[in-house]
Design a protein around this ligand. Structure first.
Ligand SMILES: C[S@@+](CC[C@H](N)C(=O)[O-])C[C@H]1O[C@@H](n2cnc3c(N)ncnc32)[C@H](O)[C@@H]1O
Length: 248
């Protein structure tokens, strides 16, 4: 099946840009702080960022002393912003799909990916390709939508409230049916892939990785000031899954 490049859809892109324009979002309040805590030392290292988007993380690696960074993304619009706002002589942005990374003829000390792997259909292959691109003792650090978030067909999951309006539980289904999920996010027809937690960990182990850390982040309670109810909602059901793994 041909790969989807939804971030180049005008309506989607406008919606996504709006979402990211200030810090009242899940990326800033929840995902990025958790990823930062798990980052290996980047000083003197070569880093590959898969689905780099705006390139903010590529620039951050340079600020942390990285020797060189390659950011790849399937979206022309995202890479235009990366080039305009996050450029540096030591960063190279390449328009490329994650499915083609075996064509890169360079090795890396860190492969990083923030919230892009749920767009990849074949995680077995992706894990193997990443393993081949890493130097000995190199790290993979990635975040993705949590399997409890991706599970339900049609994105029809929801939080439930009690009679006082307090969040109490989360309803989902189809967890045991890995595969394509078509959801609505700014536009209809957004294609993502659901994998069970066990599928993700097994793919990484079979590729040769040693799992260092698995994280299902919960924000500080103060994050509620920016994103109302994020604290209680994340205690009911994690939005993101973060894994740090090492090349054996
Ligand atoms: C939610 S955004 C995250 C962007 C960036 N990592 C960040 O955290 O700000 C997901 C990114 O993955 C990219 N993407 C989706 N499918 C891709 C694929 N098959 N290959 C490369 N990039 C892809 C999208 O274009 C988008 O820029």
């Amino acid at each position: 099946m041909c790969e989807q490049n939804i971030f180049d859809n005008d309506t989607f892109f406008r919606g996504y840009k709006e979402l990211r324009k200030d810090d009242a979002n899940y990326n800033i309040q929840l995902e990025q702080p958790a990823m930062s805590k798990l980052l290996p030392d980047a000083a003197g290292k070569f880093v590959l960022d898969l689905g780099c988007g705006y390139g903010c993380n590529c620039l951050d690696f340079i600020k942390r002393g990285a020797e060189g960074v390659i950011g790849i993304d399937i979206s022309e619009k995202m890479l235009e912003i990366a080039a305009a706002e996050s450029s540096d002589d030591r960063i190279q942005y390449i328009r490329m799909s994650m499915t083609d990374i075996s064509k890169l003829n360079q090795k890396f000390d860190l492969v990083y990916s923030s919230l892009a792997f749920h767009y990849a259909e074949n995680f077995d292959k992706l894990a193997k390709d990443i393993y081949m691109l890493l130097n000995e003792s190199g790290y993979l650090l990635f975040s993705q939508e949590h399997p409890l978030t991706t599970a339900t067909f049609g994105g029809l999951q929801h939080y439930n409230k009690d009679s006082d309006g307090h969040y109490t539980s989360y309803t989902f289904s189809n967890y045991g049916q890995p595969g394509e999920r078509i959801t609505s996010w700014f536009v209809d027809g957004v294609r993502k892939y659901h994998r069970r937690f066990s599928d993700i960990i097994t793919s990484l182990c079979r590729a040769g990785f040693i799992i260092d850390t698995v994280c299902e982040p919960i924000p500080e309670q103060s994050a509620d000031e920016k994103v109302p109810n994020i604290f209680i909602k994340e205690q009911i059901k994690p939005t993101f899954l973060i894994v740090k793994a090492k090349k054996a």
